[in-house]
Design a binder for this molecule. Structure first.
Ligand code: FNR
Length: 341
């Protein structure tokens, strides 16, 4: 068993951006760190997808990119995210999970396995919440990751229908040697609107020795203090936030939350800086807008926008977009010159 993979101190006392497909990419992760998050999870990436990607050092952006042709599957801001980015994978077997660990090495600060996603795509593929009832698979996946990973390993579960089964599962997971575990206090059949089972998270905290990262509290928090209060109620060492951090990433700011306007502009600034694509940029801005998409003229313009520059224009951020594009172009020119001399 590798000591690094089981290093619980990495996950102790942390406030985290939870994994979110389409949203948990470089711009939102960097913004969350800038606001005060300690750790940031990537969106879930299925093992086979990552294994078919090619690793490239992007000297223009200062990132490490894993790409499938033009599609950036994973982009890590080398300096800004060093020691803070947790790669979340979707997997149904130990061999592929271990291959991912070997592939990413120390490009990421930790690796997490998604064991909570209830979507048909995950369940049918034997991933996500399908693993909650397959302890042999859980053991195989986590043990192979713990044996091969050069960084701490964790997993993220949901609570089971019977609280005593959740505890048995959590203790079983702990014995695989993982460093920590995220616990979302909703059952597989429950929806985001159902209330979060904080007491069941608390019972897991009492039953295991490794740090628990409490999750599921977004609907109960409007301020940073309420985020901390959620952690307090569960007794967990750490906490991870998804939906609230998507609509209001400044939930991570001790100094207070920002208005929607500022959130969107600050996000767009990072989207320009990290050269995020149109689909992902638009998705996050729309989530920040929520119901304002129909009322705010900038919201309507965002919905109609067909490119990142058009989204930026709607928010009077076109200059920032152009500035970042020009900076990249000039760096590209410099590199061509360097390569030729
Ligand atoms: C999620 N969630 C999620 N969970 C996970 O383990 N991997 C993932 O990739 C995703 N993707 C994702 C996308 C979006 C848009 C949302 C809203 C949620 C679930 C998420 O991490 C979290 O467990 C739940 O949202 C409950 O936490 P909150 O929202 O109450 O803080």
């Amino acid at each position: 068993m590798s000591c690094i993979a089981s290093d619980s101190s990495f996950y102790t006392g942390k406030i985290c951006l939870a994994p979110m497909v389409r949203a948990g990419r470089t711009p939102l992760r960097v913004l969350s760190l800038d606001y005060g998050a300690d750790l940031v999870y990537t969106e879930e990436i299925v093992d086979q997808k990552l294994l078919s990607a090619t690793r490239k050092e992007n000297h223009i952006l200062g990132t490490i990119d894993y790409c499938i042709e033009d599609d950036v599957v994973l982009r890590i801001a080398s300096e800004r995210e060093r020691g803070k980015v947790v790669l979340q994978i979707g997997t149904n077997n130990g061999e592929s999970a271990a291959k991912v660990a070997a592939m990413v090495g120390t490009d990421v600060a930790a690796i997490d396995v998604n064991m909570g996603c209830p979507k048909p795509f995950s369940i049918q593929g034997g991933m996500g919440a399908a693993l909650l009832t397959q302890t042999d698979r859980v053991k195989e996946i986590l043990s192979s990751l713990v044996a091969t990973s050069q960084v701490p390993v964790s997993c993220k579960i949901r609570v089971l229908d019977d609280p005593s089964s959740t505890i048995a599962l959590a203790q079983f997971i702990e014995r695989t040697g993982v460093a920590a575990m995220g616990v979302h206090g909703r059952r597989r059949s429950e929806r985001p609107g159902d209330s979060n089972r904080e007491e069941e998270i608390r019972e897991v905290v009492r039953a295991v020795g490794i740090p628990v990262i409490a999750n599921g509290g977004s609907t109960e928090m409007e301020t940073h203090e309420e985020l901390l209060a959620f952690r307090e109620r569960t007794g967990a060492s750490s906490v991870m936030v998804a939906r609230k951090a998507l609509s209001n990433p400044s939930i991570f700011r001790k100094e207070g939350i920002y208005s929607m306007d500022t959130e969107i502009k600050n996000f767009l600034q990072r989207a320009c800086e990290w050269d995020e694509n149109y689909t992902m940029t638009k998705y996050v801005v729309q989530r920040m807008l929520g119901g304002e998409q129909e009322h705010d003229p900038r919201g309507k313009a965002t919905v109609q926008a067909g490119s990142v520059v058009e989204i930026c224009r709607a928010w009077e951020m076109e200059d920032k977009y152009e500035e970042c594009r020009a900076a990249r172009q000039s760096k590209r020119g410099d590199r061509v010159e360097k390569d030729e001399t």
